[in-house]
Design a protein around this ligand. Structure first.
Ligand code: ZN
Length: 469
């Protein structure tokens, strides 16, 4: 790209050049001296380490997220926001550093004693870094003197959570600081709570479908034991993957998944013929009842009858967002290896799939750091003039669209730029290369989602980009 055009594109602050990105890409392994390959135990950890998407931060289970991965995190959070809005939940923020008294009051400090990271300030006040917020949010709602007319009320946040994980492993799948969406709902009675709980189950299903995880195929919902959270009804959401630490049963008769701790036989058809499937737990929902509202005296007054108080019924609903990104990668590689075993030769793309090469991975467009990588020719190549002319047309794209585009104009071979675009998991790669000098100039579009390469007319450049972005 000419210097003047580059200055123009950069001055717009609407697009970023590959060489400006704080991200190691294919150089990551050379620079990532903290991590030895023998500590890498699964594909998501391998992909994220080899590409520099995560960097180890000097203690087990702690990682920094690179700018491209953080873009994926924000996109995943935006999808979560969309589906939480669909159940009319309101977003708030609570402090990660939580006075330990909230935990002591509900008795959960003892239940979760081994997992809670506790600390003292200089005045010997005790705190913990919260792994979950039932106690604090109930305290907040109790202090707001709510009326029954304000119910149902649902509050959620997206933020870091902490667990004193004794054996951090598998990269983002089991670490000590992780990102979670946690929601809490408050109701006048149990019927209202149950109704909201069902709406949230539907919202979770839609959430997973939006990021390309198909319900019943890549991700499943099972009825679960309530465990440490207390309460009555509970469901878990699992991404199916060989590396998963949970074991589910899949009915051989009707393909229903179920939790062996809750059911001895298929809850759908009562068959006990099943096989085990490994899974990664990524979400959990509970009907809590009055467990916390009793402790914190969380009551709603009826405005029409001020004498009447209701101790609220509660539900809570979690999604492990950073874990979902890692589970997505595991699911991606699992489904590709499955395709090789079951349908050998049926798909050229799958047959050529190399499970040891992280550059084979690409994100669902709703999760990709950038939807499109645009690769430009080296300075001085004969296709440069045409390429510059196309790039200058980018100013006609909306800011939203252009924010989904990353441009690589480094003076290195196109093959190297392609490798780096693939390392970032970009689903669509546009190459402004040699075919621009054809009598009818063409742009190469590598569509990794559909496993095909198209050549598009230069006249369709912007309309095609707009469609992708
Ligand atoms: Zn069955």
């Amino acid at each position: 790209m000419s210097t003047s055009l580059r200055q123009l594109v950069c001055s717009k602050h609407v697009s970023l050049m590959s060489d400006q990105l704080f991200y190691l890409g294919s150089h990551a392994l050379r620079n990532n001296r903290e991590v030895s390959m023998k500590d890498i135990t699964c594909m998501s950890h391998k992909y994220m380490t080899l590409t520099g998407m995560i960097q180890h931060c000097g203690a087990a289970g702690l990682y920094s997220f690179s700018p491209p991965l953080l873009r994926s995190v924000h996109k995943l959070s935006a999808v979560a926001d969309k589906h939480m809005r669909s159940v009319r939940a309101q977003k708030l923020s609570m402090p990660s550093l939580c006075p330990l008294k909230f935990w002591s009051k509900s008795g959960r400090d003892l239940v979760l004693k081994n997992e809670l990271i506790t600390l003292q300030d200089k005045s010997k006040n005790e705190f913990c870094l919260s792994p979950t917020f039932e106690a604090l949010v109930t305290f907040l709602v109790a202090n707001n003197n709510i009326l029954t007319s304000q119910l149902p009320l649902s509050l959620y946040q997206i933020g870091p959570k902490f667990r004193d994980e004794p054996r951090p492993k598998h990269g983002l799948l089991r670490c000590r600081e992780f990102l979670m969406k946690d929601m809490y709902s408050f109701h006048k009675d149990l019927d209202s709570c149950r109704e909201f709980y069902e709406q949230t189950r539907q919202a979770y299903r839609a959430f997973f479908e939006d990021i390309g995880l198909i319900f019943g195929k890549n991700v499943v919902e099972v009825q679960a034991p309530s465990g440490a959270m207390g309460g009555s009804v509970s469901h878990e959401y699992h991404v199916l993957a060989d590396i998963g630490e949970d074991t589910l049963h899949k009915c051989s008769n009707c393909a229903t998944f179920y939790h062996p701790e809750v059911h001895n036989e298929c809850p759908c058809c009562s068959s006990s013929d099943c096989r085990e499937e490994k899974a990664i737990e990524v979400g959990h929902t509970f009907i809590l009842g009055k467990k916390y509202s009793h402790v914190f005296n969380c009551i709603a007054k009826d405005a029409k009858d001020l004498g009447q108080n209701y101790v609220v019924e509660m539900g809570c609903y979690g999604l492990g967002l950073s874990r979902i990104l890692a589970a997505y990668i595991e699911s991606f590689f699992n489904s590709r290896s499955g395709a090789n075993v079951n349908e050998s030769g049926s798909s050229k793309k799958d047959a050529n799939f190399n499970l040891n090469d992280p550059s084979d991975f690409y994100w669902h467009p709703n999760l990709a750091p950038y939807k499109v990588s645009m690769i430009l020719p080296k300075t001085g190549n004969k296709e440069e003039a045409k390429s510059d002319e196309l790039v200058s047309r980018l100013n006609d794209l909306s800011d939203y669209s252009i924010n989904e585009l990353i441009i690589d104009d480094r003076d290195i071979l196109i093959g190297k730029k392609l490798t780096d675009a693939k390392f970032m998991g970009t689903p669509y790669i546009m190459v402004l290369g040699r075919s621009l000098t054809d009598t009818e100039p063409k742009i190469e579009l590598i569509d990794r989602v559909n496993g095909k390469t198209d050549y598009i007319d230069d006249a369709d450049f912007l309309s095609y980009l707009t469609k992708l972005l």
